[in-house]
Design a protein around this ligand. Structure first.
Ligand SMILES: NC(=O)c1ccc[n+]([C@@H]2O[C@H](COP(=O)([O-])OP(=O)(O)OC[C@H]3O[C@@H](n4cnc5c(N)ncnc54)[C@H](OP(=O)(O)O)[C@@H]3O)[C@@H](O)[C@H]2O)c1
Length: 171
């Protein structure tokens, strides 16, 4: 059975980035450590938007990635471990089942989070909130086509500054 987890880090104000090309220097080292542990131990494949992949592909070089883009007609294998997919042209579920990818981590960015929440594809949210407020930025969630109820299933303080890892089940 496929389990899909939306993984993100935000400011206290709910921004996932300062701007479209944010290279993400602000999340704490403790958040980065827990992210990589989660990707190593509890993820079969990462799903990631083409813009985020272009900005930070080196961060994901150890993990199989499915890069979403409208620039391909269906599914294209682009390396030993990475694929590009246009989910409007081919079935994501069939791809995951064919490769026995059961633990799926959705790593953003904003457009990708919106797509999967609107599609009802997310089972769990794994969200770090860093103790910082940006004067402006990209909201984690915007223009969803429905409200989303959640059930808290866990929380953890990651460091002395108070970065919080929150986990929610999508209802
Ligand atoms: N805080 C966090 O946890 C976190 C996580 C990830 C990213 N970010 C930040 O978020 C920002 C990027 O977010 P973004 O929304 O601008 O870009 P994005 O979601 O990373 O990528 C958007 C691109 O992905 C492709 N795409 C998205 N949905 C698609 C769909 N349903 N079907 C086909 N292709 C699809 C399109 O690529 P084409 O243009 O090639 O068609 C689109 O232009 C960056 O600043 C990044 O650092 C933050």
């Amino acid at each position: 059975m496929i389990k899909s987890t939306l993984v993100a880090v935000t400011s206290l104000g709910g921004h996932l980035a300062r701007c479209e090309n944010d290279e993400m220097a602000w999340p704490s080292k403790e958040d980065k450590a827990q992210l990589h542990e989660f990707l190593e131990k509890q993820t079969d494949i990462c799903i990631i938007g083409r813009k985020t992949y272009d900005l930070s592909s080196s961060a994901f070089e150890k993990y199989p990635c499915l890069i979403l883009t409208k620039s391909v007609d269906g599914l294209v294998k682009v390396s030993e471990k990475d694929w590009k997919m246009n989910p409007e042209k081919t079935s994501l579920r069939t791809f995951l089942e064919d490769h026995n990818f059961q633990k799926v981590s959705i790593l953003g960015g904003q457009e990708v989070y919106k797509y999967f929440l609107n599609e009802g594809f997310v089972d769990e949210l794994r969200l770090t909130i860093e103790p910082i407020i940006f004067n402006k930025g990209l909201p984690l969630f915007s223009e969803l086509n429905h409200d989303q109820s959640l059930q808290a299933i866990g929380h953890q303080t990651l460091n002395d500054e108070g970065a919080m890892l929150l986990r929610y089940k999508v209802l």
